[in-house]
Design a protein around this ligand. Sequence first.
Ligand SMILES: Nc1ncnc2c1ncn2[C@@H]1O[C@H](COP(=O)(O)OP(=O)(O)O)[C@@H](O)[C@H]1O
Ligand SMILES: [Mg+2]
Length: 232
Amino acid sequence: MSEAILEAKGLAKLFHKGGQEIPVLRAVDMTIARGEDISIVGQSGSGKSTLLQLLGALDKPTEGELWLADQAGRMQNVFGLAPQKIDQIRNRRVGFIFQFHHLLPDHDALNNVCMPLSIAGVSPAEAHTRGRSLLEKVGLGHRIHHKPGELSGGEQQRVAIARALIHQPDLILADEPTGNLDPQTASSILGLLLELRTEVTGALVMVTHDHNLARTCSRRLQLVNGVLESWA
Ligand SMILES: Nc1ncnc2c1ncn2[C@@H]1O[C@H](COP(=O)(O)OP(=O)(O)O)[C@@H](O)[C@H]1O
Ligand SMILES: [Mg+2]
């Protein structure tokens, strides 16, 4: 048996809007093992982004539990931890990549990538060394002093990937990471994600509505009526 990193048990999410209840997730069960790459497809509005937010502890479920392996491999109940601990998990152990990169426009690629380390109190010299090496890994060693506006869409997304990986997270959560890119750039970004997943991190969960991209992942799931099913 491979080592589980994350386990979702009966996750449900209900939103309240204008006096109405909107059930989005009903009972999501999922075990993610180290080294896995998983894609999740589903129609627009099916709850894919909502699910990723729960898996990354950015939001709390209405019901259900999330268990994450600690550094020693013991499973801990994430939402039972102190808020400060949950913040730490979110910041250090999970790397988020979104469709729109959310890079800081006034900072160059290197500063964008190093930002999470600076926030965590790592010295500027060490942060820069690690940031530079990661930018080289994503093929941007020659662009480290370019600001986001001076980079192409694919290059911007590479910077965002480097930033998400800077803490060597156990889990990369990518929400439509290629949705904004042309097909060729999209497939090179996906290739990069899969390559880096094996090199520097634990597991990758990618949400996409592109079935061809989804097929590139070794485990394929779909979200239908608030429940995860295997697909393809
Ligand atoms: N904060 C919120 N308040 C109310 N409804 C929400 C909220 N966030 C998402 N929803 C609703 O939940 C459903 C799922 O949204 P989402 O997870 O973004 O779907 P997907 O990413 O699959 O397109 C949608 O119907 C959306 O309108
Ligand atoms: Mg979405």
